[in-house]
Design a protein around this ligand. Structure first.
Ligand code: ZN
Length: 227
């Protein structure tokens, strides 16, 4: 089975479309949270994931856009959450609110666990690449999963331990590893191989839309830097 795995779309439709195009055929698609926030097209991004039948875990921005409590975000992120709230239809709001903070399922004999942040603090904790390497055994033991899928850091990585994996596909809509291309991952369950991939997209289109809907301008400029 071929799994399309992505995270942190952050309302960036141009980037999401580029990833869907670049990924080709897949059997199951998974999102590790933060479909909304930061970017200009939350409604279109939610609609796209719903239509494509993505299995989704909830991120901190999804939660804040859904319940309106953005007090724990910085000022710019709060502005984006307020603007995104005004852009979403009632149906998309309900869909956002219905995402679990732990998404767990069996697929091709693999026990797969998906969290935005970490298994113990799914909405708040960050697990960066070095941390994932050092804590791999305890994270796998703690969850009992064969594959742990994380997001939140916007930094892609894969860590393999025997026949188990901890992976983070990076961010589709706001990469922060210095590469501005949309980041995602393809997992082949047969050989248990995880391939980190990048898709080029029109940053200009997203940057112009960010300005047009009145989002903080630095959300546009950072996309060109990939930070
Ligand atoms: Zn994020």
């Amino acid at each position: 089975m071929r799994l399309l795995i992505l995270s942190d779309v952050h309302s960036n439709l141009a980037a999401l479309e580029a990833v869907l195009q670049d990924a080709g055929r897949w059997d199951v698609a998974i999102s590790a949270g933060d479909v909304v926030g930061y970017g200009p097209n939350p409604e279109e991004c939610v609609a796209k994931l719903m239509f494509k039948g993505f299995r989704c875990a909830k991120g901190n921005h999804d939660m804040a856009v859904y319940d309106g409590d953005s007090s724990w975000f910085n000022d710019d992120a709060q502005d984006a959450i307020k603007i995104n709230r005004g852009q979403l239809s009632p149906g998309s709001m309900r869909w956002l609110g219905s995402q679990p903070t732990e998404l767990r399922f069996m697929l091709a004999g693999l026990d797969i666990a998906v969290y935005h942040g970490s298994p113990t603090e799914p909405l708040t904790s960050y697990i960066y690449p070095q941390d994932a390497k050092e804590r791999a055994d305890s994270l796998l033991k703690h969850t009992g999963a064969d594959v742990i899928i994380l997001g939140h850091t916007h930094i892609p990585y894969t860590v393999k331990r025997k026949d188990k994996l901890i992976i983070n596909p990076g961010s589709v809509g706001q990469p922060r590893d210095g590469d501005p291309r949309a980041s995602y991952l393809v997992l082949e369950t047969d050989q248990l191989t995880a391939e980190l991939r990048r898709a080029e997209y029109s940053i200009d289109a997203t940057a112009e839309a960010i300005d047009a809907v009145g989002l903080p301008h630095n959300f546009a400029t950072r996309l060109y830097r990939g930070t």
